[in-house]
Design a protein around this ligand. Structure first.
Ligand code: PLP
Length: 397
């Protein structure tokens, strides 16, 4: 099948994007080769000058680009429907480089509660060194956003869905408010993946992924990605070339391979998580389930309007405290007790014991992290087995 440049199906784009057209052919290899080099050579000075002036398409040095990495960038750009993509060594590297590049010294940003802890720490401990202040609002607080924008905020950054309560931001509305105020809207779409949500189509300026999660999908590699208009991505790419958080070509190749099964994996995880959320919400030992696919979730209607699936993560509160929650986690036989999400293996964690272990109970309470909370990331195992495992574990607490 000769690949059209923009085939309509996201699975077709995930398999062929960035790899059929434009990439250099090496020994007729069907898959994109791992170009394991730190530097690129020029046959003579004229070729170098042609490269500098854009007449000869090549690469110069690994910190500024690499063919394997570029194929991944083109694939992710086509998956998210954006003009340009920059991948880097981790999701955190994408976040920090983006904020440093796009927020001016002395600037003001808006973020939302319930976000990845390291993002919050960066905003609270590093950005103030550049005089950048952060207003934190509830994911549904549009008035708070309007106030912050009126007060001079120039960038809005939120996960959607958020971590760990899976709140969903009304992306079209937020993007509209930001656009009207001349501010940049950035959506961390890690929990959704490009299969469940296309934030750029919804109006966001930049979409961000910890590609470590669903996109790579096998719990074996770290990677981050930003997609958007080249006017937004360009300055981040320039700073990335200085800061140097590049993804290794071999890691990029693993992510390229993960992309090809992205839709299959995400559709399976969506279906399993919805089943698990429904099962848990009926169970007498469960106090509360947080899953945007349930009508009881505060943002269910927003999620229904803007997402194609609700994701593979379910957060829930056990009827009891920290010890009961740990007992349940320990009674599970299939998921690994581990941080992260979005891979083929199911993972389970108690935010209190893993990401927020170093916080006092008061600090956790302030952040809304409950002792009885469990976050479960559905892998691609059989749903029957995962639900049966949960059932036997609940019977034993
Ligand atoms: N964004 C979200 C929503 C995350 O959950 C994470 C990590 O868990 C990150 C960003 C950071 O990504 P990485 O671990 O690839 O640096």
């Amino acid at each position: 099948m000769p690949g059209p440049k923009d085939p309509p199906g996201s699975s077709t784009r995930a398999v062929h994007g960035g790899e059929r057209e434009g990439r250099p052919r090496v020994s007729d290899s069907l898959t994109t080769p791992i170009v394991q080099t730190s530097t690129f050579w020029f046959r003579d000075t004229q070729e170098l000058v042609d490269y500098q002036e854009g007449r000869y398409a090549s690469f110069e040095y690994g910190r500024y680009g690499n063919p394997t990495v570029r194929a991944l960038e083109e694939k992710l750009a086509t998956l998210e429907g954006g003009e340009d993509c920059l991948v880097s060594a981790s999701g955190m590297n994408s976040i920090t480089t983006l904020l440093l590049a796009l927020v001016p010294e002395g600037g003001h940003i808006v973020t939302t509660h319930d976000c990845y802890r390291r993002t919050r720490q960066f905003a609270q401990t590093v950005l103030p060194k550049m005089g950048i202040r952060t207003t934190v609002i509830d994911p549904s607080d549009l008035e708070g956003l309007e106030r912050a924008l009126a007060g001079g905020a120039t960038l809005y950054f939120s996960e959607s869905p958020t971590n760990p309560y899976l709140r969903v931001v009304d992306v079209p509305r937020v993007a509209e408010l930001c656009r009207a105020a001349g501010a940049i809207s950035v959506i961390d779409s890690t929990f959704a993946s490009p299969v469940n949500q296309r934030a750029l189509d919804l109006g966001a300026d930049v979409v961000l992924h910890s590609a470590t999660k669903y996109i790579a999908g096998h719990n074996d590699v770290l990677c981050g990605a930003l997609v958007g208009h080249s006017a937004r991505i360009g300055p981040v790419r320039d700073l990335h070339g200085i800061l140097g958080g590049v993804v290794d070509p071999h890691a990029a190749w693993l992510v390229l391979r993960g992309c090809k099964t992205l839709a299959l994996r995400v559709e399976r995880a969506n279906a399993t998580a919805l089943r698990m959320a429904e099962f848990l919400s009926e169970h007498p030992r469960i106090a509360r389930v947080h899953y945007p696919g349930l009508s009881s979730h505060p943002d269910h209607e927003i999620a229904r309007a803007q997402m194609q699936g609700y994701g593979g993560v379910v957060s829930f509160e056990v009827d009891g405290g920290l010890e009961t929650a740990s007992k349940l986690v320990d009674a599970l036989r299939l998921p690994y007790i581990a941080p992260s999400l979005g891979g083929v293996e199911s993972l389970v964690e108690q935010p209190t014991v893993i990401s927020y272990w170093d916080q006092t109970p008061e600090q956790r309470a302030e952040l809304g992290i409950l002792d009885n909370l469990i976050r479960y990331s559905c892998g691609i195992e059989d749903a029957d087995d995962l639900v049966a495992d949960l059932e036997q574990a609940l019977d034993r607490i």
